[in-house]
Design a protein around this ligand. Structure first.
Ligand code: ADP
Ligand code: MG
Length: 212
């Protein structure tokens, strides 16, 4: 056993056993540096290259805080594109395999709104999607975030590059003030700073250069 073992975290045995079955033997550096703080409920800003394992870092954190018996949106992950949102949703479903009846819903632009409205009426624990479409559902009162505990900005640099700043601001304004904020990015352009200063409370800053 080493300090990088997932069993050194406070994750539930169900989540840890599932990680073993997925072949995740040890935490990657970014996971080792961010997951304990995420589990402790802190705000975290993490910078790491593509492939460093950022999805499991925030995915395991949000699953840890989730109460599956409460069928309300408790976590939301914002991604720059539909492709990335689909990948993130797929990874979260894999990480959550041991949790029965968990519902992860993707809400992205470029796909018809009708089926999304039906899915929203049915409900979800976790939303993964792109800012524009999520803003749209929020404005029309179709998405209730009153019980949101964890908000994740994944690939924040790319979301800003793509002009999602205003959509993000609207989304922040409709989230409960008391929540955990997690921001993941490969790079940190200047424009990220106002966002982090605006929404984060004493965030832990993590920067990992290498992938493994
Ligand atoms: P990033 O978002 O940082 O670009 P991903 O979260 O997409 O990286 O992870 C890259 C790959 O590494 C994925 O295929 C994922 O399943 C795998 N992975 C993540 N964490 C671990 C781990 N602890 N052990 C083994 N593989 C992992
Ligand atoms: Mg990623």
């Amino acid at each position: 056993m080493t300090e990088l073992d997932f069993s050194n975290t406070n994750l539930t045995p169900e989540l840890i056993d599932n990680l073993a079955s997925l072949g995740y033997q040890q935490m990657t550096p970014i996971q080792a540096q961010s997951l304990p703080a995420i589990i402790a409920g802190k705000d975290v800003i993490a910078q790491g290259k593509t492939g460093s394992g950022k999805t499991a870092a925030f995915g395991l954190g949000l699953l840890h805080h989730l109460n599956v018996k409460r069928f309300r949106v408790q976590a939301m992950v914002l991604c720059p594109t539909r492709e990335l949102a689909d990948q993130v949703a797929k990874e979260i479903r894999k990480l959550a395999r041991a949790i029965h009846n968990i519902k992860v819903l993707t809400l992205c632009g470029g796909t018809p709104t009708g089926p999304q409205i039906g899915s929203l009426e049915h409900g979800a624990h976790i939303i993964v999607g792109t800012p524009g479409r999520i803003e749209d559902h929020l404005r029309k009162g179709r998405l209730n975030l009153d019980e949101l505990k964890t908000l994740v900005l994944d690939e924040a640099d790319r979301m800003l590059e793509m002009g999602f700043q205003d959509a993000l601001e609207l989304i922040f304004s409709l989230c409960p003030a008391k929540r955990q904020n997690l921001l993941f990015s490969a790079t940190f352009p200047k424009q990220i700073k106002p966002i982090t200063e605006h929404i984060m409370t004493e965030p832990l800053m993590v920067k990992v250069e290498s992938k493994h």
